[in-house]
Design a protein around this ligand. Structure first.
Ligand code: GTP
Ligand code: SPV
Ligand code: MN
Length: 591
């Protein structure tokens, strides 16, 4: 009986209507009870949906393989269904909501016959905190249930916190037939509703993440006066024990998880610097009573990129996956029933199955793990998780950092002149595409604020919202742009990156405190080479920093053309603050 879990009429109605549509054989409410999860793990292992890994080496860890045609977010099949097309804007795919409910409803029709529908009540943010938001995801996938348990706060206490309120997001997901031609990820921001069908992959189906916490939440944030951003949040503790917080937006697979839990270089560790991770992917940001920006991480776990994660690049991420984690599309090492992926170490297993479950050997020259293979790990497993991780009001931001993957053009770091110039810097972000979404990899595209695939409304209005927020923040964070990915003529990354990025963050915090001068350029302020600490770095000299921070007028003049083209799509809806900043940039480049 559903009534034993909640008497909330809206929740009951949503479940009943969805049952009538999808026609599952059973309905199971997820209570948060460990025995229930354990039974689901056993069931998933019995059907092959999950594989139980070596319980001594990886306690409570499992492997899951998605369908081979279902390995990343599908941006081409992701839609914003607002009543008016212009409210979705030129960047989003749009579908008329009535048409969407009807046509995609037909795909949901009877899709759960012979299956169980799981009802997952989840909270984004600590349960009951006034900044948190609640969702109910209905799904026919145990993998989704167990992943949502890691990524969000799930259970009866969420329904209790919701009470009789109608303020919850309705998420409906069915794997259906995993038919890529009938795969749809639909968002109805005006109805607080998400529909996802014919996928079983991460960002398409863990509806609390990109669908809710970014697309729906960005729309809510615009209406309610706050911001939902694709940002990590980290705290940097200096030797005096003071912690300052930075939020940073990089596109998918461009280094958020790595930066969020970096290990300081030795010379910093010896001085007493520490880094604390608050979040690695999403930030919900509000203006506090003190006029500063305060950010929470609404998630409860990390859905991190596996390849490249190793004890050198990101030990904290690797250690986070050592228990209670689910791996998707990595190599299964048959020698000891553990997992492996490219660059985990230099010893690929001899006897192994690749991400598709086929016999595989590194000598074949083929990759064993999918480039977008991932782990889902509880945030509390992270050795450097911040003690503010659950803080109801979040953490105060000293700086906002944008960044992309650019082989040329963008310098290692620069600071914007003021808030609106910073919004401009975010709006002109461009980055090379990665395996996190289906489609070509390595193509430069505009990805404003790393939100191109995630803004749930018209991008021009999203820019305007940033400008509006600036007026309410009396104590503004400084805004910067970074690029860890500049390459030399042979295509090698020049900057060592990873833990050494702290050297750049240190300069950023010094700029926030007015402790260091900077060089003015056409795009903003760049560091004097001597002000980036390179002590202990091999092969990097002041000359290298000089090169990494050059702002080439010719390249940037080319860049302004791309920006103009990009802006043109928004017509009159583009805030004048942005066209003014573009005019300033052009004038600066002509000086
Ligand atoms: P999503 O989870 O898709 O949002 O990705 P993310 O932004 O969290 O990216 P992540 O930290 O997982 O890094 C993605 C890839 O970038 C990995 O292959 C990393 O090894 C690589 N990477 C991360 N930081 C750096 C860096 O500072 N320098 C270089 N060269 N590569 C980096
Ligand atoms: C991203 O692509 O930015 C991710 C992974 O964080 S997903 O959840 O698939 O969106
Ligand atoms: Mn992401």
């Amino acid at each position: 009986m559903a009534q034993e879990f909640t008497t909330n009429k809206q929740v009951l109605k949503f479940v009943e209507e969805s049952v009538a549509l999808c026609k599952p054989d059973n309905v199971v409410w997820i209570t948060g009870d460990e025995a229930q999860y354990e039974a689901l793990r056993e069931e998933a292992c019995s059907t092959g949906e999950m594989i139980k890994l070596n319980q001594e080496l990886l306690p409570n860890c499992y492997l899951h393989r998605s369908a081979v045609n279902d390995v990343a977010r599908v941006e081409g099949r992701t839609f914003i269904c607002t009543r008016k097309e212009e409210d979705a804007g030129p960047i989003n795919n749009w579908m008329d909501p009535q048409k969407a409910y009807k046509e995609v409803g037909a795909i949901f029709e009877g899709a759960m016959k012979g299956r169980t529908m799981y009802v997952i009540p989840f909270s984004m943010g600590a349960v009951g905190s006034k900044f948190s938001k609640i969702g109910i995801e209905l799904t026919d996938s145990i993998y989704v249930v167990l992943s949502m348990k890691i990524m969000t706060r799930v259970g009866q206490n969420v329904l209790d916190a919701l009470g009789d309120s109608n303020d919850f997001v309705r998420g409906l997901h069915s794997k259906a037939d995993l038919d890529a031609e009938k795969r749809y990820i639909l968002h109805f921001p005006e109805d607080n509703t998400i529909w996802s069908v014919n996928s079983g992959y991460g960002g398409n189906v863990l509806l609390g993440k990109k669908c809710f916490a970014l697309r729906i939440a960005s729309f809510q944030g615009k209406n309610e006066g706050w911001m939902a951003e694709h940002m990590l949040i980290l705290g940097i503790e200096n030797p005096q024990g003071e912690v300052k917080y930075i939020a940073a937006a990089f596109p998918s697979a461009c280094g958020k998880t790595n930066l969020a839990m970096l290990i300081p270089p030795e010379i910093y560790r010896n001085k007493g610097y520490k880094v604390w991770c608050v979040g690695d992917d999403i930030a919900w940001i509000r203006v506090g009573e003190d006029g500063r920006l305060w950010a929470i991480n609404p998630e409860n776990g990390f859905f991190g990129v596996a390849p490249g994660t190793n004890m050198k690049s990101n030990p904290n991420a690797l250690l986070s996956t050592k228990k209670d984690s689910i791996f998707t599309n990595v190599v299964l090492n048959l020698e000891n029933n553990t997992v492996w992926w490219e660059s985990m170490d230099k010893n690929p297993p001899k006897n192994a199955l690749n991400w598709k479950g086929e016999p595989w050997n590194a000598e074949s020259g083929e990759k064993g793990a999918h480039p977008n293979s991932r782990f889902t790990a509880p945030a509390i497993n992270c050795p450097c998780i911040s003690n503010q991780f659950e803080a109801a009001n979040g953490v105060p931001l000293s700086a906002i950092v944008f960044g992309g993957r650019r082989a040329k053009t963008a310098p290692l770091v620069y600071q914007s002149r003021d808030w609106n110039a910073g919004v401009f810097v975010g709006s002109i972000m461009a980055s090379e595409t990665t395996a996190a979404a289906t489609g070509a990899v390595g193509v430069v595209r505009r990805d404003p604020m790393a939100m191109r695939p995630f803004v749930g409304y018209n991008m021009a209005d999203y820019f305007a919202h940033w400008v509006e927020m600036g007026k309410k923040i009396t104590n503004k964070p400084q805004i910067f742009n970074v690029n860890w990915f500049r390459t030399d003529d042979e295509g090698n990354f020049i900057w060592p990156g990873f833990g050494d990025n702290l050297r750049v963050l240190e300069w950023i915090l010094k700029r926030c405190d007015g402790e260091v001068d900077a060089k003015e350029t056409a795009i903003g302020y760049v560091p004097y080479a001597k002000d980036i600490n390179i002590e202990g770095l091999e092969g990097i000299t002041e000359q290298t920093i000089e090169e990494l921070t050059t702002v080439d007028k010719e390249t940037w003049t080319e860049e302004t053309k791309g920006i103009e083209e990009f802006y043109a799509q928004f017509g009159d809806r583009l805030p004048k603050e942005l066209s003014e900043n573009l005019a300033t940039l052009k004038a600066n480049l002509n000086k």
